[in-house]
Write a protein that binds this ligand. Structure first.
Ligand code: TXA
Ligand code: MG
Length: 357
């Protein structure tokens, strides 16, 4: 079938998607029980975590897992994270937890740290894309935890976006991408962290960060000591997610890596010369010297705020039908490393010094 044919087939709606508001602190038991019953029946439910919204399925049911790949349009070689709500569930999915993993669990769970561990035979190949390891995390969100408990099984949950688009930080984003394809979205408001969990491989010594995320490298190093800076080629092969361009809006993204006003202005001027519609996502830089035609979103307070608002801002700018979005980079410290990882993946390869397009 042609790529076009595939797209047409995927676009056919199968469900009337219900969006149910749920309290983020004390989730309504009836709403959770209903969502859990849908999951137990092998269907998908989008739910909030502290990082981004997840597209949940019964993590031990191959048919349900297959639906995640179909609904997201996700490549079959990109494995999923299993979400658990208790330490008991860890031994169900992980064959071995090294001492270092226990220390990390103690320090960061529940929270935005995903551990790569050897898998048990209970974990279907579809959850791990055939790998012998499994990704596991315990999310720090009352709705996610209540749902996993009520479903009485680990929940596989990738970010609840169409593959390749920015991850969803609100129920509206999930609905924009997946409406008609899933029966239920639990809406607990915007997510707190705004980008995904840190993925840490603890099957090797020392452990390796496969994806920077909500827990900073510096905080992990405070618990386990120094981590290698970069992934080796072998580790890159073990980290399927790094192979994909990700988090990209439809507009071209130009990243101002050096966060200099001159580089920003040059990028904007060049796009305008080509009659392109331009928007900017700014953090520290002021919009003062930009032409009034340029749409600007500025998230200025802290890198934590920038991380939290990043995907939402990219989606909002993209909704304006722009050709180019020029985005300001940040220093790669703390959460800044995860922000830059996402921005670089949203952008295309560089054409000019200082710019990543
Ligand atoms: O914050 C998060 O992690 C969110 C929320 C919903 O929990 N989930 C999320 O899932 O970001 P997803 O599927 O979008 O990203 C999972 C990442 C991918 O980069 C995938 O390649 C990697 O985890 N991964 C999963 N299993 C792996 C494994 N066995 N070995 C190496 N990488 C793995
Ligand atoms: Mg994702």
């Amino acid at each position: 079938m042609s790529a076009h044919g595939l797209r047409v087939r995927k676009a056919m709606a199968e469900f009337i998607t219900r969006v149910v508001a749920i309290d983020p602190v004390t989730p309504d038991r009836i709403a959770i029980a209903e969502a859990a019953a849908i999951l137990q029946a092998g269907q998908l439910v989008a739910f909030p975590t502290e990082t981004v919204y997840g597209l949940g399925a019964d993590g031990l049911n191959p048919i349900a897992l297959g639906q995640i790949y179909a609904v997201k349009g996700r490549p079959a070689d990109n494995p999923l994270i299993l979400h658990i709500a208790s330490r008991d569930q860890l031994s169900l999915v992980a064959a071995d937890t090294p001492t270092i993993a226990h220390r990390l669990v103690q320090a960061f769970w529940p929270g935005p740290l995903t551990l790569i561990l050897p898998k048990t035979s209970r974990v279907p190949d579809l959850a791990t894309a055939g790998l012998t390891t499994v990704a596991v995390r315990m999310p720090a969100h009352p709705v996610a935890l209540a749902l996993i408990r009520a479903a009485q099984r680990p929940l596989a949950a990738p970010s609840a976006n169409r593959s390749g688009l920015p991850s969803p930080t609100t129920a509206q984003h999930v609905s924009d991408d997946l409406r008609g394809h899933i029966p239920l979205i639990l809406d607990a408001g915007p997510t707190h962290i705004g980008l995904e969990s840190t993925v840490l491989d603890v099957t090797c010594t020392p452990p390796v960060i496969l994806r920077p995320g909500g827990i900073a490298r510096e905080d992990i190093e405070a618990v386990v000591g120094h981590l290698p800076e970069a992934m080796s080629e072998a580790q890159r092969r073990r980290s399927p997610g790094t192979r994909y361009r990700h988090y990209s809006p439809h507009a071209r993204v130009l990243l101002v890596e050096d966060a200099q006003a001159e580089t920003l202005q040059a990028a904007v001027a060049k796009a305008l010369q080509h009659n392109e519609r331009v928007g900017c996502l700014l953090h520290r830089l002021e919009p003062d010297h930009l032409p009034p035609l340029v749409k600007v979103i500025r998230i200025s307070r802290s890198v934590t705020d920038y991380a939290q608002g990043l995907f939402s801002a990219l989606r909002a700018l993209d909704g304006l039908g722009l050709d180019v979005i020029v985005v300001e980079g940040v220093a790669e410290q703390g959460l800044g490393a995860a922000v830059m990882d996402r921005l670089r993946r949203a952008a295309s390869p560089p054409r000019q010094p200082g710019l990543t397009e």
